[in-house]
Design a protein around this ligand. Structure first.
Ligand code: NAD
Length: 462
């Protein structure tokens, strides 16, 4: 058996990237200690995370700044504040979410009682993306701990200093035998995914999402896939164009467009196209100057530069400097719809603007493509809102604003189809990391004979 394994296994380096089996075994033994079941333990972990965020905010922000060139205020708004809000919300409502829920028994099943119990899934793996490196690891961690799990966190290697700070600091603030951080890249995730987890929560690209789902399927492990894709913005002819341009420009410049729910491209009705594009260019320039950030690394910089070749549209902007990784906000009007710019997720500060003849035309275009993570609509008309809501499918919808749907504590956050599977945030996160177990309890008396073959009088009714 050993010989077969050696001959078919992929080549591995002499020193294993991570002792995956050992880490999972020790987490499982922490889980089996039963202490994670108590709400007191769970609250203590969340309070520890809150302390980490307040006492070490400077260290965390400095690491993100080194990794992504993002200012401390950007990290506060995009990473720290949302995780803090999640902790507060969870501490407030945890007891209610965790309570057994009574279920009515039909008369035919009485006497008895039925209810559901939320039990932790057990040992969970959280794999994060680099673009909001604290948010995308700590926010799932809040929900996983609140639900009573032990957690292995694998941050992205593209934000290595943040990953290291998490690895150094988390054990000081939460139960170190229940939360383990594994740093490293694909080789570490691959090694971890060979082990059996009770849930895998992945944030990243669809390409890697497929690999994660395939590996998890070997163990029949459920997965949450928080993926990306192209999130469109429909600008209807009746939209407030000033506000639309300002908000779209702001959302596109947050983290230089490196956000999973960033507007990817705009579909604008032809009657307002010139007025909209004129405003958009002005607002993008303002937004870019107000908070310039940089592209994460040369690979992504080159990928973005390549998207500006061969799209067949008109480009405004495009100034960039590979040395500093600064890439100016760029608009491409009327690109070829089959070009990579319009088929691949942009994940950067380039905004294609496509002209459509009507909102229905925009809806058709959205429906001819993979289901987006977010869909945005600017309109002042309720019927238009209903038309778009009723005839498209997306993870979330923002009407007259962008990104903020992510920050509403009780709204589930997740994709659909190609943009993901499952969701989290607030009670939805608690549910993701829990199994709701059905329980039926019956008294032993009565125990009538017609409940057993030949079923007495019931049999004669057939
Ligand atoms: P990625 O898929 O390249 O990497 C994500 C994680 O997977 C990293 O931790 C990485 O180490 C790991 N990984 C890489 N290769 C792997 C492999 N072969 N096997 C197992 N794990 C592997 O994604 P990224 O570049 O970090 O992030 C960008 C993507 O993530 C975009 O598509 C974006 O839309 C998406 N995203 C989604 C959300 C969301 O909440 N839905 C949030 C942020 C980013």
């Amino acid at each position: 058996k050993t010989a077969t394994r050696t001959s078919t296994a992929p080549t591995r380096s002499a020193v294993p990237a991570v002792d995956a089996a050992g880490q999972v075994a020790s987490l499982r033994s922490a889980y089996r200690s039963r202490r994670t079941r108590s709400l007191t333990w769970r609250r203590a972990q969340l309070e520890g995370l809150a302390r980490l965020l307040s006492e070490r905010e400077k260290d965390l922000a400095a690491a993100v700044e080194q990794d992504l060139g993002r200012s401390a205020i950007g990290t506060f708004m995009g990473d720290v504040a949302p995780v803090r809000a999640e902790i507060r919300h969870t501490l407030k409502d945890l007891e209610r979410w965790a309570r057994p829920q009574r279920v009515a028994l039909p008369v035919t099943h009485q006497p008895g009682q039925a209810w559901t119990v939320a039990e932790p899934k057990g040992v969970v793996l959280v794999i994060g993306a680099w673009n909001f490196p604290l948010l995308l690891t700590l926010q799932p961690l809040v929900s996983a701990l609140a639900a009573g799990n032990v957690v292995l966190v694998k941050p992205s290697e593209l934000a290595p200093r943040t990953a290291q700070v998490l690895a150094d600091l988390l054990p000081k603030y939460v139960d170190p035998s229940a939360v383990v951080v594994a740093t490293g890249g694909a080789e570490v995730s691959t090694a971890l995914l060979r082990e059996k987890f009770d849930h895998v929560f992945f944030t990243g690209s669809a390409r890697v999402g497929r690999l994660v789902a395939t590996a998890a399927a070997e163990h029949l492990t459920p997965v949450t896939l928080e993926l990306g894709g192209k999130s469109p913005v429909i600008v209807a002819a009746d939209a407030d164009l000033d506000v639309a341009a300002r908000r779209i420009a702001w959302a596109k410049c947050v983290n230089s467009g490196q956000a999973c729910i960033a507007p990817d491209y705009v579909l604008v009705e032809d009657s307002v196209r010139p007025a909209f594009v004129e405003r958009l260019l002005r607002q993008l320039d303002n937004a870019w100057r107000a908070e310039p950030t940089r592209i994460v690394n040369e690979n992504h910089f080159d990928r973005l530069a390549a998207l500006l070749d061969g799209h067949g549209g008109d480009t405004t902007g495009g100034q960039r400097d590979r040395g500093t990784l600064r890439f100016a906000a760029t608009v491409v009007t009327d690109p070829d719809l089959d070009s990579p710019l319009m088929t691949e997720e942009i994940f950067g500060p380039i905004l294609p603007v496509v002209t459509v003849t009507s909102v229905d035309d925009a809806v058709e275009m959205v429906n001819s493509r993979p289901k987006p993570l977010a869909l945005y609509l600017f309109t002042e008309n309720d019927d238009t809102v209903q038309t778009v809501l009723g005839n498209t499918s997306s993870g979330s919808v923002g009407v007259n604003h962008l990104l903020y749907q992510l920050l509403v504590p009780d709204l589930p956050f997740g994709g659909v189809g190609a943009s993901g599977t499952g969701d989290y945030h607030g009670e939805h996160g608690f549910a993701t990391f829990s199994h709701r177990k059905s329980v039926l309890r019956k008294p032993t008396n009565p125990d009538p004979s017609f409940a057993y073959p030949p079923y007495g009088a019931f049999a004669t009714r057939l």
